[in-house]
Design a protein around this ligand. Structure first.
Ligand SMILES: [Zn+2]
Length: 187
């Protein structure tokens, strides 16, 4: 597994917040955003326009700040909520009906510039997560140097990714025990 690749598979808004890792920002350039969009292609239908990075990072910042409060059952800063509401207002959605050849499909259709549409889509995902009672179940990975958040489907889940942090911590603990054994003359 590529350690530098963004984590995916959590609710979209958590995947977005998780692009801010302990090692750095995985959405630092328009190219980063393009790669992330490809990873999330089933949840982000549009390819991101060149100028979308700032709007996406703004949504990420306010989502993260609101999430940090709400996870602990505290009231978030109204400015963070306003920012998420405003991001959606910049590209409002209707439920549009289309005929796919066999049946009608109702899907969100947003108006507004492409960058605003992407930011609005992410802000809507953040809104759904923040208002979901499950938000208090979100946990941070137990690895000391990892800040990834996840919504555990299983209460015993400890790592953002067993392949990434789970293995790494097990290896480090094993090494640490081994080193202590060597230092202890009684062994
Ligand atoms: Zn982790």
């Amino acid at each position: 597994m590529d350690d530098a690749a963004p984590l995916t598979g959590e609710p979209l808004a958590l995947d977005l917040v998780n692009t801010l890792t302990a090692a750095g920002d995985l959405l630092a350039t328009p190219d980063d955003l393009r790669k992330w969009q490809q990873l999330q292609a089933d949840r982000l239908p549009d390819a991101p326009p060149e100028d979308a990075l700032d709007a996406v990072r703004t949504v990420r910042e306010h989502t993260k700040r609101a999430l940090d409060r709400v996870r602990e059952g505290k009231r978030p800063d109204p400015a963070d909520l306003d920012a998420l509401n405003d991001a959606q207002l910049a590209a409002p959605a209707i439920k549009a009906l289309t005929w796919d050849g066999k049946a009608l499909i109702a899907a969100n259709r947003r108006t507004g510039p492409p960058a605003s549409r992407l930011a609005a889509h992410l802000a809507e995902a953040a809104t759904e997560l923040l208002a979901d009672p499950a938000v208090t179940k979100i946990r941070q990975c137990e690895a000391d140097d990892c800040v990834m958040l996840f919504l555990p489907a299983h209460p015993r889940r400890r790592w953002c990714s067993p392949a990434r942090c789970g293995n790494r911590v097990r290896v480090a603990r094993h090494y640490q025990r081994h080193k202590l054994d060597e230092k202890d003359p009684a062994q």
